[in-house]
Design a protein. Sequence first.
Length: 636
Amino acid sequence: MLKKYQPVIFFVFILLLTAVVYWAGLKGNFLFDDYPNLKDLGTYGVIDSWEKVRNFVSNGFAGPTGRPISLLSFLIDANTWPADPYPFKYTNLMLHLLNGVLLCWSILLLLKNYNYKEQQALWIALVASAIWLLHPYFVSTTLYIVQRMAQLATLFSLIGIIGYLKYRLYLSAKPIKAYVGMTIFLGLSTVLATYSKENGALLPFLILVIEFCNPNRNNQPVWQWRAIFLWLPSIAMLVLLSKYVTFSQNPWPNRNFNMIDRLYSEARIVTEYLYNLVIPQVELRGLYQDGYIVSKSLFNPITTLYSLIFIFVIFVFSIFYKKKYPLISLAILFFLVAHLMESTVIGLELYFEHRNYLAALFLFLPIANGLFLLKNKIDDKLVVLIVGLILSTLSFFTYERVKLWSNTESLEMYWAKNSPNSPRAQSSIARLYFENGYVAEANMYLEQAIQRMPESTLLNLNLLLQKVYVRVATESDFKQTANRMKKQPFDAQAVQALRSLTEYIVYERLAPNYGSWMISLIEIANTNPNYSNFPLFQRLTPYLEAQIYLAQGNTGLALKKYTIALSHYNDVEAGMMMVAEIGETKNYREALSLLYKVEEVYMKQDIQTLKRSKSEYDFEIKRLKIFLMNNVEHSI
């Protein structure tokens, strides 16, 4: 009787072990992209109505879809901001465990469709999913809260794969039931996965890979169904990706690479992903990837050529040896196809571990299958011992990595020290010094980093920001920063630093001292075409200048700059915020003047781009207009 339940006992043990290994990491804090993606939980106060839920869910910016399903899932954990990170991390852990269960189920169904014997299929599924669950590489996906987006895309992809494989088994006996079931699961799961994270749109292509590697060719869906529901979406995805292909010298002004550089670099990166998945380690590059060495040619660095050859060889092997080694072919092709969106022609950042969460689902199938076949050559108990050693090693590595992730400050310091070429990393070390009272050391650290990386605008502005914080910045510091910015390449994070610097000067009432110097800095930065030609910078700089002029009491110039900023933003929400800023200083006439211009923008704005309902804007504009007009009359 006990032997019958051994697989269940084993898998429950693996799930509990995974939970225990991850538990310490639940006390870690928010990181990097968590803040911009979650701060809207507090934009409209406590989210306690369907209207506020709609506003939060529809205002996503992380990708073209806005990822509303992922945003909706965050409401499980909090409905306001700031919030406690623990519930978010706990939900992520539960999703990781659920994905492990679904992976085990999908492998069982896959192997059944591949004509594997039940006992072999069960053994392989348990071991492969246990390796995936306990692998240290996925700590960064599970404990990095915002990567729930990757988790949910994987979850819905697994549901789609399970539904497809489950109903595929009915093809011979109940074909109508099979086709209806496969179509519904494939269609719904693709939509849900895509609106969790865009790479979920690859699901039909991934299922096509599963079909391609299937050695059982006698019982497959008819070609008409495959053409419509697998081939057509896959080709559409390739066509869509082809639209991103560009050979211009500088296609992404906020990146330090062009498309050829990116493709060369991604060959090295994907090879590195595979190495780290097969040879697990405790902690690697972390989230500071802005210092990653870009491949500038096939031979610079030489590992670019080696990586391209490696990927070509395993791809060709997968194609030509799929009948003999179907699980190896499946593992490789599934991995490569899952990277098509994030690791090819779209101008994303180069390197992120979480891109492997979905891609590596079936990567450990050949290992589990090899261990099962090993039972035919050596004693069963020895194979069990080998499996135990593998899972124990993975558990230990994962636990050690989780411990590091449990202390966010130590984690950032660890990453920073291991990323000497990353401006973000060096900025983080300086920030930690500064927050702990070591101001001189923080400034010196940034100055040394700037000498090593003179092209970093982020380091340049952060040094000035630190000096402003302690009121020691001089006109010379502002001029030096501006002169550096004249020559530096565009950096989106540096633009945020520029905004932080301006807002600090305004809100801390430092404009009389630093305002004019800050205006000069912005004007000098605008002479750099790397910045002046970038839309984000074009609309932000007049807005920042307007804030400074307003803080200095120069309402005429402030209104002029706000008007220019409004024309660049072309958005009623941004305009209402500007009106409110002028109104708070009791310059009601200027606020009313800007409100009329905001109303013009509102009348022309596409209703689909509004962040709130039209009735809300109608009411708010009318209320503001009456309020401002009354105050203008009283001031006469």
